[in-house]
Design a binder for this molecule. Sequence first.
Ligand SMILES: NC(=O)c1ccc[n+]([C@@H]2O[C@H](COP(=O)([O-])OP(=O)(O)OC[C@H]3O[C@@H](n4cnc5c(N)ncnc54)[C@H](OP(=O)(O)O)[C@@H]3O)[C@@H](O)[C@H]2O)c1
Length: 256
Amino acid sequence: VQGGQTALLMFAWQDADSKLRVVVAGSGGGIGRALVDALLERPGVARIYALTRRPDEGAAADSRLEQRQVDIGSDDALEALAASMSEPLDLVIVASGALHSETFAPERRSRDLNAATMLEVLRINTVVPALIGKHLLPLLDKRRPAVFAALSARVGSIGDNRLGGWTSYRASKAALNMVLRNFAIEYGRSHPRAIVAGLHPGTVDTELSKPFTGRVPAEQLFTPAHSAACLLDVIDGLKPEDSGGVFAWDGQPIPY
Ligand SMILES: NC(=O)c1ccc[n+]([C@@H]2O[C@H](COP(=O)([O-])OP(=O)(O)OC[C@H]3O[C@@H](n4cnc5c(N)ncnc54)[C@H](OP(=O)(O)O)[C@@H]3O)[C@@H](O)[C@H]2O)c1
């Protein structure tokens, strides 16, 4: 994978004559919104379905952008969404996720663990992307290259974990990586040109990271726009043999 390229008009894996149909789930989040904006800069993109809990009144006025208010945690809602899509998809990016909320915070140590919180974090970060894959992977065109990417996190790497803490979030992202690997194997059989990958966006200045970025040096804290540009560069460089892997914002693979 090559990161850091200047933004291309079309993805490297895209067939020259194809017009991309894209889904961004969690499009109201910091990185999700920046991804939608960056994708709208690309003339190769024909349609963006932006899935969100609350449609954004201030979203870019662009006829290619279609906001859909969808409960991405609902099997039924995702089934209805998939049934409403008449054309095959080329790129699905799951940009939803949670580290904290009004009711929970990441655990510092094991005695902070709480069953309800752990289940909720696993639901949001693992079950939701899995359900999105269940309903949208079948919409990828078998004949064309396509990418299904979900935002994971470096802290979901078991091999890279030397600090501990954040058990629910770490476990939810490690489990997400396994879900993605399974999707890659299954769809590698039926859709040989499809690529499934996890992406680490860097440490990005969003609501999700806000309570935890106090000690992050300014140069290591990305704007959502910078992260989105890097992530699209990484997606640009993905090859079928990368399917099932997890890659950082600079294209470097992250160990499981
Ligand atoms: N920011 C970072 O430093 C960082 C680092 C590593 C990984 N990540 C990952 O990057 C992804 C995006 O994070 P972000 O920084 O953009 O966070 P964010 O600004 O908080 O956005 C996350 C979005 O996820 C959706 N979401 C959150 N809770 C949900 C729930 N219970 N049900 C359904 N949707 C829910 C919402 O989308 P809608 O508003 O559209 O409904 C929300 O706006 C996450 O998976 C996160 O783990 C972020």
